[in-house]
Design a protein around this ligand. Structure first.
Ligand SMILES: C[S@@+](CC[C@H](N)C(=O)[O-])C[C@H]1O[C@@H](n2cnc3c(N)ncnc32)[C@H](O)[C@@H]1O
Length: 220
């Protein structure tokens, strides 16, 4: 299995940093959905700078935040302190989540679990199954094989995985790319409530780039 590598948050500044501090669109839907389902214990898996950790804690969820990056957990702790929120934060690798079985009602892992290879992905799916309660839900995103990254001449780990080479926070980080068939196979033990593929556009060095991600809402 390829070695896990955290984002280098220290080099994320200005407009890029702002993007990672603003909650994603679907987070508002998830808060509403999970409040209506009376879900309480929430894990922000791969919490980054804590945008969703803080948002869900403010919405009343018992919130845990987890990331491989010490800088990420330091920044999220600082943010939680400023907001006077009590949040359980841990540094660690998603391949072995440091939580007992059936710890969470709901999990968000946005732009996180693709940071591994195919063997790692299978292990993470097992970990999600283990730490979710029965009827628990998880919203996650996966890089799509349609995206430009999968077509780059980057080092190949396996048929679904490349090591990203860039002058930025993701340099040297493994990226797993999926298609619909692979998603169905990986998540066969879950009920897939929602799956869609989104193209998003962003500006980098004066150029418009696009990327494709699958978004999934799965239920145990
Ligand atoms: C693109 S950022 C997304 C952050 C956050 N989910 C958000 O939406 O703002 C990916 C995060 O996943 C973390 N990460 C990467 N590999 C990881 C691993 N093996 N275990 C835990 N976290 C990991 C990175 O350190 C980084 O903070």
């Amino acid at each position: 299995m390829v070695e896990s590598k955290a984002w280098d948050w220290k080099i994320v500044k200005n407009k890029q940093e702002q993007t990672w501090l603003e909650p994603s669109i679907e987070s508002y839907y998830l808060i509403d959905r999970w409040q209506k389902q009376c879900k309480k214990d929430f894990l922000d898996l791969g919490c980054g700078l804590g945008r969703h950790t803080i948002q869900f804690a403010k919405a009343g969820f018992n919130t845990a935040g987890f990331d491989l990056s010490e800088e990420s957990i330091r920044r999220t702790a600082e943010y939680a302190k400023a907001e006077k929120l009590d949040i359980a934060l841990k540094v660690g690798d998603m391949l072995e989540l440091p939580y007992p079985d059936a710890s969470f009602d709901c999990i968000l892992c946005r732009n996180v679990i693709s940071h591994t290879d195919t063997a790692g992905m299978r292990q993470i799916v097992e970990e999600l199954k283990r730490v979710l309660r029965p009827e628990g839900e998880c919203y996650l995103t996966l890089g799509s094989k349609e995206t430009w990254g999968f077509k780059q001449d980057w080092p190949v780990v396996d048929e679904n995985t490349k090591i990203r080479i860039e002058d930025g926070p993701e340099n040297g980080i493994p990226h797993f790319y999926a298609d619909y068939d692979l998603i169905q196979e990986l998540f066969k033990d879950f009920k897939i409530e929602l799956v869609y593929q989104l193209e998003d556009f962003y500006e980098k060095d004066g150029k418009t780039l696009n990327s494709w991600h699958y978004h999934l809402l799965i239920k145990k």
